[in-house]
Ligand binder design. Structure first.
Ligand code: FDA
Ligand code: NAD
Length: 434
């Protein structure tokens, strides 16, 4: 089979790939120099839409509406844009072998791709309940959500099981966003997760209490401190019940599982240095292999602000790391260098009419401020994280654009605070005056 050669290859066609392509175009790329190879059948899009607007029962987001870079207010890159720029979009193509010493990638169909510079942007895959042998977890209508095809299958099931019963397994990002999406689609929703409160990776018990109360008011039943240990199915092989470790059994027409992601690094095992589960990079996203870069979910990079190596599974970093890598590649071709990546972690989520943002690091003491009563018509509350007398992290539900900017500034500048009670009383105004 013929071999295709490119100066630059981006492996993966997700968020980071799209933002990298835009940066290549900005910096100047010749037709035929750059290719994006993606397992997905569509051009890069803003993945966060899949668990939000894409699942709305009415007025749902659909492609081409949310191709990158609309999520950050930028130009929407349609397939024609790549054509105009001479960037080859090689879609529906899964790479099954990477030989980094030979600068070669091989697809499932046996095509060979050669590159001078490779950007690994393979993102994450979902952790499946079948991975830990949960009985019956391969039944029909048990869904995971990572790619657009997964979302399309879920939508078909929502239509087929109209007004049915949904069980959400997991209380993280997918759990909370999909719990809301299924409720909005008029399903009877149960959520199950092992921890004492939702989103324990980020939320304090005080933050979580608001969301759990809000979801309960919407009619969502939350079962904490237990896990799904098995599923039964009907004669069509469709899921019927979810069996919990505590002995309870929940009826289900649809199950959505969100029990975490895993960075897709397997193709490169033993060929590149890894750290903290990701591919180790420098502050320009260059890996231990000189002509290979890694960006987005797969990269473990130096987070200058905390003098630590971190991996981040969020869209803002996918966008910014991709831009940084391309700037560094282009600069090094001219014998120049770029400033080190100086990233301030930024995570956000939306569900129902709620929207929160978080900036910084969530370690140390915490204070909770504002109105966090889930019954309030317009609840607005937040938290600060304080370490060694400095505010290093800030969370805000229901903030305006200016207020969110203010908490971002606090997390970046890390002002000192003396009295935590005074900080609690000052609340958001502390951030707004910085
Ligand atoms: P991304 O997953 O976007 O892209 C990876 C691409 O590589 C995919 O196209 C995949 O098919 C392809 N690929 C992988 N292996 C391949 C192979 N062997 N051959 C060919 N192609 C291959 N974050 C946030 O901050 N706010 C939010 O609201 C959300 N919401 C959200 C919703 C949902 C449903 C998900 C799944 C994730 C989010 N996220 C999020 C996380 C965010 O979307 C994620 O961090 C970025 O998409 C990561 O970008 P990457 O480009 O690294 O991977
Ligand atoms: P997550 O890590 O946020 O949450 C996983 C949850 O599942 C945790 O609460 C965990 O304890 C729980 N869990 C683990 N094992 C379980 C079990 N056996 N039964 C029940 N619960 C169990 O992961 P996720 O929600 O699956 O998200 C996957 C990826 O998508 C992540 O990278 C995430 O960052 C990304 N994502 C991000 C957003 C956002 O930023 N708004 C939205 C959706 C997805």
């Amino acid at each position: 089979m013929a071999e295709k050669c490119f100066k630059y290859v981006i492996l993966g066609g997700g968020v980071a790939a799209g933002y990298a392509a835009r940066e290549f175009a900005k910096q100047g790329v010749q037709p035929g120099e750059l290719a994006i190879i993606s397992k997905e059948a569509v051009a890069p899009y803003e993945r966060p839409a899949l668990s939000k607007g894409y699942l709305f029962p009415e007025g749902a987001a659909r492609l081409p509406g949310f191709h990158v870079c609309v999520g950050s207010g930028g130009e929407r890159l349609l397939p024609e844009w790549y054509k105009e720029k001479g960037i080859e979009l090689i879609l529906s193509t899964e790479i099954v072998k990477a030989d980094l010493p030979a600068n070669t990638l091989v697809s499932a169909a046996g095509e060979t791709f050669k590159y001078q510079i490779l950007i690994i942007a393979t993102g994450s895959t979902v952790i499946r309940l079948t991975d830990f042998g949960v009985q019956g977890a391969d039944a029909k209508n048990i869904f995971y959500l990572r790619e657009i095809d997964d979302a399309d299958e879920l939508i078909e099931a929502i239509k087929a099981k109209k007004n049915g019963k949904a069980v959400i397994v997991g209380g993280g990002y997918i759990g909370l966003e999909l719990g809301a999406a299924m409720k909005i689609n008029n399903f009877d929703v149960n959520m199950v997760y092992p921890e004492p409160w939702c989103m324990p990776r980020l939320f304090t018990s005080g933050i979580a209490a608001f969301y759990e109360g809000y979801y309960a008011n919407k009619g969502i039943k939350i079962i904490k401190g237990t896990v799904a240990v098995g599923f039964t199915s009907d004669s069509n092989g469709e899921v019927k019940e979810v069996k919990l470790k505590d002995g309870r059994v929940l009826e289900a027409d649809i199950v959505v599982v969100g029990v975490g992601g895993r960075p897709l690094t397997t193709l490169f095992k033993g060929q590149v240095e890894e750290e903290k589960g990701g591919i180790k990079t420098d502050a320009c996203f260059k890996t231990s292999v000189p002509n290979v870069y890694a960006v987005g979910d797969v990269a473990t990079f130096p987070m200058k602000l905390y003098n630590d190596m971190r991996r981040v599974e969020h869209v803002d970093h996918a966008r910014k790391s991709a831009e940084q890598a391309v700037k560094a590649i282009k600069a090094s071709e001219e014998g120049k260098s770029v400033d080190e990546y100086d990233y301030l972690p930024f995570f956000y989520s939306r569900s129902f009419d709620l929207a929160w943002q978080f900036y910084g690091d969530n370690v140390g003491d915490t204070v909770l401020f504002g109105d966090n009563d889930p019954q309030s018509p317009k609840a607005k509350f937040g938290s600060y994280w304080i370490k060694e007398g400095k505010v290093i992290g800030a969370f805000l539900e229901g903030g305006s654009a200016e207020e969110n900017q203010a908490i971002a500034k606090v997390a970046k500048l890390q002002p000192t605070v003396g009295d935590l009670e005074a900080l609690t009383n000052e609340g958001l105004s502390f951030a707004c005056k910085i």
